[in-house]
Design a protein around this ligand. Structure first.
Ligand code: TUI
Length: 319
């Protein structure tokens, strides 16, 4: 079903990445995904470098399989985090929320594979030229900080424009999404929201319940006026934030209002006043289960979908 490009590049069994979600993607979640054959990813988010060092060391106690660390490029600790990643023997780095170009040489010097998230064809082409190893091509269906183009439109355009492997992200949570991504030309997939609803995600139960109860239209976008659009489940916080946005509140005041809200929801479980980041796919997620089962189900469903498509093809030919 999958080609071997990402398997060969990274030494993983399945080209299934777990998104590097701030506060959510801890060493426990990443180790569980890596142990199940995917690529588990620790999120640095806005945390200081020493937090990231501790999480890397904790993960190494739990698994000897390949893993990654996600760097959120808007973090005030980005330099510190990069130094620690280079010191701690991390095999793979993914990046989000910016252009990692100026850091690439440092990762190369430490033999670290770099796989940035890109929201446009132009950034994909630029980063391929600069020598990144693969690209996570994320559509606007994703949760958290997002670009504008849908997965359906963006993935094939990037696949046509670059030769390095592509991992599709945004709006994928089951085997149908996996096959759709492969049909668009991707070599692998990244799932975020699906892994939030896993047994191993150290996320407050209220957050998981909010995602499980969400319907198709509940994930909306705040912060377009600040230049940092973020997809979240609608609640009291999004209502207040959007009213302030409409009233023309300054970007500075809006960012101040948004600060600390993700932690409030993920750690404290305040899903009314906190920021419940989620992809549009939340409406399709109805259970919490171990990462191993999530990955096994993805593979089994994908094989069944592919089998069904092949059967249809055979049927038409035989008519
Ligand atoms: O990074 C994410 N998702 C995130 S980061 C985050 S923390 C945060 N919270 C509030 C405001 C801002 C950040 C929560 N969710 N996904 C990957 C992603 N990267 N999506 C979009 C991008 C992106 C955007 C612009 C990548 C590169 C880029 O480049 C612009 C340029 O400089 O060319």
């Amino acid at each position: 079903m999958f080609d071997s490009r990402l398997k060969d590049l990274l030494g993983i069994k399945y080209p299934i990445f777990q998104g590097g979600m701030a506060w959510v993607a801890t060493s426990e979640l990443a180790a569980a995904v890596s142990e199940a054959g995917g690529l588990g990813i620790i999120a640095a988010g806005n945390a200081p470098g020493e937090y990231v060092r501790t999480e890397i060391r904790k993960l190494k106690e739990m698994t000897d399989k390949p893993f990654g660390v996600n760097i959120m490029l808007l973090s005030p600790f980005v330099e510190d985090v990069i130094n620690i990643i280079c010191e701690e023997g991390v095999p793979v780095v993914t990046t989000g929320a910016g252009n990692p170009g100026k850091f690439l040489q440092r990762f190369k010097n430490h033999d670290i594979k770099v796989i940035p998230v890109v929201p446009t064809v132009s950034l994909a082409k630029r980063l391929e030229k600069q020598g990144v190893d693969a690209l996570i091509v994320e559509g606007t269906e994703a949760g958290g900080h997002i670009g504008e183009i849908t997965t359906m439109a963006l993935v094939p355009q990037v696949c046509d424009a670059v030769s390095i492997p592509v991992i599709a992200a945004g709006g994928i949570a089951d085997g149908r999404g996996v096959i759709a991504a492969l049909a668009l030309g991707a070599n692998g997939v990244q799932l975020g929201t699906r892994f939030v609803c896993s047994t191993e995600a150290k996320v407050h139960q209220n957050y998981k319940d909010k995602l499980i109860n969400a319907k198709d239209r509940d994930a909306l976008v705040t912060g377009r006026s600040t230049g940092h659009p973020v997809r979240v489940i609608k609640n009291q916080f999004t209502r207040e934030f959007m009213e302030l946005e409409k009233a023309g509140t300054s970007m500075e005041d809006l960012e101040k209002m948004g600060s600390g809200r993700l932690r409030l929801a993920v750690v404290e479980g305040d899903v009314d006043r906190g920021s419940v980041m989620s992809g549009q796919i939340a409406g399709m997620i109805n259970d919490i289960k171990p990462c191993r089962e999530i990955i096994e189900q993805l593979i089994n469903e994908a094989k069944a979908v592919l089998g069904g498509l092949n059967d249809q093809e055979g049927g038409e030919r035989n008519e």
